[in-house]
Design a protein around this ligand. Structure first.
Ligand code: MRU
Length: 361
């Protein structure tokens, strides 16, 4: 799969999320806010459009927003018409705008940093050539993400026994990445290996990524899925109908504490109480070795209206005060394994992460 073509949606797990349209000179994204009802693509004319689309969750999921930021920075250079000596200021301004669009997923800053290396290394080129280099770096990032996810899937599926019922939350699938998914990549590979009896998808209040996106994505691939509200997980575990929990991640601290969609921590506590394995699947770019524990992970707080309304309609007193953190942090002690493309990190995960990093250096 290549990031520069319009994707190959016919392949299972490869939903076309983002691509550069050379004819139109813009980046096209699938607006995830309209799923599952409408599959509508929107053209992003400049990096500001893309920053707003990330903020509004039209495009979402930690790995995908990183790649979207990379495309946005390429677009910033493609569109630049100002004096050459102002290019760097303009570029850094674009970086700042994108970095501020969503604070929790570290993949966003990781991608911005990767693109900065390209920019710095090639800024001596003429503008057209520099733009080409930036675009090709964004496309490579897209392609690499797909390869990483397939590796995560293959490594992770080994953890699931035959006839498993897996619980997941939010959407850590093809829609949250450039293809195949992380948590859903593990589930996809396990399904290919004939091991999945059933996936339980938490609806994921308030934005309903589970109900709107995970269910849709799995049904497209004919992977058996049943939707539950977030509060039903404990009951299902008690009934013995869940064998493992597999989730994605937005940022993993050096000690293994993991930020993911709000509600993930509750599932980890429940899994621990019921003696069930709780796995996190994420690319290495989600690991932030610069912060020691989850306490240092910035947690995005989103608009109160997301909680006050459901399907656009108020479900409460419109003036009520609301707390709406988009993510929570699961302590490393509750994690049975972190599945990355470099291998599975088992507890104690802090030491495992350190070892893996040293091996890579
Ligand atoms: O707010 P979202 O929809 O971007 O949150 C996404 C998640 O929490 C995912 O689980 C995470 O980004 C991993 S995606 C492979």
């Amino acid at each position: 799969m290549q990031g520069n073509i319009k994707g190959n949606q016919d392949e299972p797990g490869m939903i076309r999320n983002i691509y550069y349209d050379s004819d139109a000179g813009g980046v096209v994204i699938l607006n995830q806010n309209l799923l599952p009802g409408q599959m509508e693509y929107e053209k992003m004319y400049n990096h500001q459009d893309l920053a707003l689309a990330i903020k509004q969750l039209k495009i979402r999921g930690a790995p995908l927003i990183g790649v979207a930021a990379a495309f946005a920075l390429a677009l910033a250079v493609i569109n630049y018409k100002g004096p050459r000596d102002q290019l760097e200021n303009y570029y850094h301004e674009a970086e700042r705008l994108l970095a501020s669009s969503r604070p929790t997923a570290v993949n966003l800053c990781w991608a911005i940093n990767k693109m900065r290396v390209v920019f710095e290394g090639k800024k001596h080129l003429n503008l057209n050539d520099l733009a080409e280099e930036m675009l090709s770096a964004a496309k490579n990032m897209f392609d690499e993400d797909v390869t990483i996810n397939i590796t995560i899937g293959e490594l992770g599926q080994v953890l699931l026994p035959p006839d498993t019922q897996v619980l997941t939350i939010c959407n850590a699938g093809s829609l949250a990445t450039c293809g195949y998914g992380t948590a859903l990549g593990v589930i996809r590979s396990a399904h290919k290996a004939g091991k999945i009896r059933q996936v339980w998808a938490c609806e994921t209040r308030p934005v309903l990524q589970g109900a709107r996106l995970t269910v849709w994505e799995l049904m497209q691939d004919k992977i058996p899925v049943t939707l539950i509200t977030d509060s039903m997980a404990a009951h299902l575990m008690r009934l013995g109908r869940i064998g493992a929990v597999v989730v994605g991640a937005d940022r993993i601290a050096a000690n293994g504490d993991t930020a993911n969609k709000i509600g993930t921590y509750s599932l980890a506590v429940l899994a621990n109480y019921h003696g069930l394995p709780f796995y996190v699947a994420a690319p290495w770019s989600t690991i932030d070795m610069s912060i020691h524990t989850g306490l240092d992970i910035p947690i995005e707080e989103r608009d109160a209206e997301e909680v006050r309304r459901l399907g656009g309609k108020y479900i409460t007193v419109p003036e009520v005060k609301v707390f709406n953190p988009a993510f929570d942090v699961t302590p490393a002690a509750l994690i049975s394994g972190i599945i990355t493309e470099k291998g599975i990190i088992y507890p104690p995960v802090e030491q495992g992460l350190q070892r893996q990093r040293s091996a890579a250096d």
